[in-house]
Design a protein around this ligand. Sequence first.
Ligand SMILES: [Zn+2]
Length: 729
Amino acid sequence: MQLRSSAWVLAGAIAAAAGGSAAIEAQQGPGLTGFSRANAATELEWEGKFKAIPDPDRIRANMKQLAAEPHNLGSPYQKQDADWILNQFKSFGLDAKIEQFDVLFPTPLERKVELVSPGHYQAALKEPPIAEDPTSGQSGQLPTYVAYSADGDVTAPLVYVNYGVPEDYDRLAALGISVKGKIVITRYGNSWRGIKPKLAYAHGAVGCLIYSDPRDDGYFDGDVFPKGPYRPSQGVQRGSVMEMEKYPGDPATPGWGATAGAKRLAREEITNLQKIPVLPISYGDAEPLLKALGGPMAPVEWRGALPITYRVGPGPATVHLVVKSDWKTVPAYDVVARIPGSTFPDDWIVRGNHYDGWVNGAADPISGQSALLEEARAYGELLKQGWKPKRTIIYCAWDGEEPALLGSTEWAETHAEELQQHGVVYINSDGNGRGYLNAGGSHSLESFVNEVAKTITDPETGESAWTRLLKRDLDRAKTDKAKLAVMNGDDIRISALGSGSDYSPFLQHDGVASLSIGYGGEDGGGVYHSIYDDFYWYTHFGDTHFVYGRALAQTYGTLIMRLADADVLPFRFTNVASTVATYEQELEDLTKGPGGTKGFDLVPLNEALASLREAASAYDTALAAAERDGGIYKKPAADLAALNKLLYQSEQKLLSSEGLPERPWYKHTLYAPGFYTGYGVKTLPGVREALERHDWKTAAVQEAALVKALGAYTAQISAATARLTDSGQ
Ligand SMILES: [Zn+2]
């Protein structure tokens, strides 16, 4: 009976969700959060006009142009792309310019991988052109390599280390196998690629190969390119292996802009370059090497999908590895367009997507850049029709993201002071695909993202992007209880941001609240960072009709217009409080886990969270009251400006001035890339990583820094509440 009645409730709830976006949106009631009645009506009118403008055919044409030739940082076609984007912005009527930075970017002079015994195999290290794919045979492609590897020439026995994450080395130790003096071969996946050689070096290895196992993005998942979207046998994933978990951007200018004449570190002074030679290889090249390994069988979870018996080694396979790079400084061209605000010109909404690829880079990054240009064109149209955004909107096409978030980091470092004064929100994308809305970012913007997602029509289902996401969460929830939890949650959760794209310097260094959004999940594939990520692949296997490109432009356009036009900015803090509480619970579990210390004191953190919860709900209550009686919208513009500044500068209060242990560039106390996982986010990173290492002393120091930051954040929210309730003003 119990089960049956809960099934009924559930059926009703799902029916409500399935009722379509209109039904759900109706529940939101009239009005628009942060807008007076009159302004809400005008805003919705302009948003409607905006949404009608982005055109899939134009997004397609943008991609065709920008991805026509290899356009990595420093290449001739990348400069052409920069000029083309600049002229596009100008043709939309926007004020645009190029900001140049000079950055250290090594490219290959010499690469060699050979099996020297038993037998001999010379790795091809080359992706062959494919007849159907017209750009795959172009000249000017960067050879297969990883940037910021050490130069070196080593010959040593090989050891297979699975994904090369810390647990894999524990497992090897249990097997009695050391990688000291060896070359390791590791597969892509489970961690940021730069972590793999870093850990290999820490364990004494002298070289590192990283290969794409067909189990992870090759024939195990589906047909390979050109028959299907997955990685062919000679496809290689290029990438960066800079230790960006220490700091991203130009390695020679940590923390300051790589402008002309800026002070630069000598190469020996730089701390985030790899210490051993590293090369990425295809599974075609990996197979003969892995096949020649002896020693114990690899643990079951370590085995991939090659038709071989996976063994760990060491040897008898012995490998000769050579890497030599040209360590040159090249120009990075950021293209920046500005739409000045009419009422609050000193409040900046910053929007960016990179436009450099490893090779032709159609999916990564041009699918996002092409949509960004459509947003900018649509704004140009609206400006001609008389739209006047209250706040300044800044559109950025970043160069040099692939090697090390170079263009965005140098810009965010150069303009750090202005960004901390004026930066309202930074909004990022990095390519786009087909399927579900995928959002990550500052949790103070979580409610806002939900509100906007309800207004975007999903191209495949015709329901809202938000409803589609909710249905997926329902599908994924395994139990009735979990399904009810999904239904009862007010907002769909957004994820925390680690690293791996251009939001990192804005959020984690400057403390500007950030969002990163894209569609995806239905268009799997294995051409990431290969020559096959091109227009042909994208128009056969990606968002082939560019309708999700249009949805992306509509999503961003709506987010940005609402931020630019709101009377009161849409920051909400109860979502922050509840999300951080879940992180705190994870810390408690850590202290209870095997090897945990029962004595570690999380009481100060709990108290700080209780105060935050209280302040956040007081702000919500005050805001709701002020909106209900409309009093807030009668305040003088200067008062609203002061309130808004308190709101958007709140994120900066979450920074600690000392930054994280061993990596002071990262200052955010809630979000950072993991020191041993790289891309993957570590929330409450200072405390969490110290607890994981059983370093109780550092954990206590970091807890104090976190509590201090949360206290300052809470005080800022309370100051905003006081502004709201101060009726005399
Ligand atoms: Zn990218």
